[in-house]
Design a protein around this ligand. Sequence first.
Ligand SMILES: *[C@@H]1O[C@H](CO)[C@@H](O)[C@H](O)[C@H]1NC(C)=O
Length: 309
Amino acid sequence: MENQTIISEFILLGFHTELQIQFLIFVVFFITYMLTVLENLIIISVVKGSRSLHKPMYFFLGNLSILEIWYVSVTLPKFLVDIWTQNKIISFHNCMTQLYFFISLMCTECVLLAVMAYDRYVAICNPLCYPIIMTDRLCFLLGVLPWLSGFSISFIKIIFISRLSFCSPGIINHFFCDISPVLNISCTDMSIAEFVDFILALVILLIPLSVTILSYIFIIASIFRIPTTQGKKKAFSTCSSHLIVVSVFYGSLVFVYALPKKEALREADKIFSVIYTVLTPLINPLIYSLRNKEVKEALRRGIIKAIYK
Ligand SMILES: *[C@@H]1O[C@H](CO)[C@@H](O)[C@H](O)[C@H]1NC(C)=O
């Protein structure tokens, strides 16, 4: 540990495979990126553009789409350029900036998914009280809370992480600057940073996760009380698709951040992080927004209006 020089640049290994496979990865990630940005832009303009969607649930969906666009833009463009130019170097500042925005947006997403689950819980379990509970003010607060908590928790984390020193060779075995690959290559004692990271991860993961799980338990319980099979089926199909995306997102986060690591699992980490960096932003808008009847209807009206204008 002693004789190492402090460095100001890192090497991001990415996926170290043959050139053909790198090219394939490039094409797949490029298409995924374009699709993600496109579908989320469509959702934002539909939510903003139609009067019928000016309701809390759709504000949250609009926020989710803004979040997803930003989220994929923090990691993917840089990664694509890196593959294209075969450049593996990232400066310390760029790495910390990427890490900061990545953690912020990931935490924001955790809280936003919980807010959306809570909103559905109130709407489904207390439909008569919904307008009284979900006032404009509460809706605004719930819309701001994810961003505020995400960006401030990430700020604390990044202060601790950026004060560590990193020694040569500074090779990060990942395709972007994520927390554990960066913490892994620090050469100072990082027990405090790791401890802070762990506590904050508990707060920002466990609280939203419990709110989400509780909300869905109540929702499912009330679905069973719906008298008609038709209504039961419909409510259950919406609810189960939400549950699937939420559990895949949290599941991959827990796998990568919470489980103790063996060297052999590091490669698996890379694959799993593709789930929450690339797949979730692509799938979420499809499941949450584009399957929604009112959104589909508004989209159809929007297209017709655009054609006949
Ligand atoms: C995001 O949420 C805020 C507060 O609820 C809302 O005012 C805003 O319109 C939302 N953004 C979009 C694009 O829906």
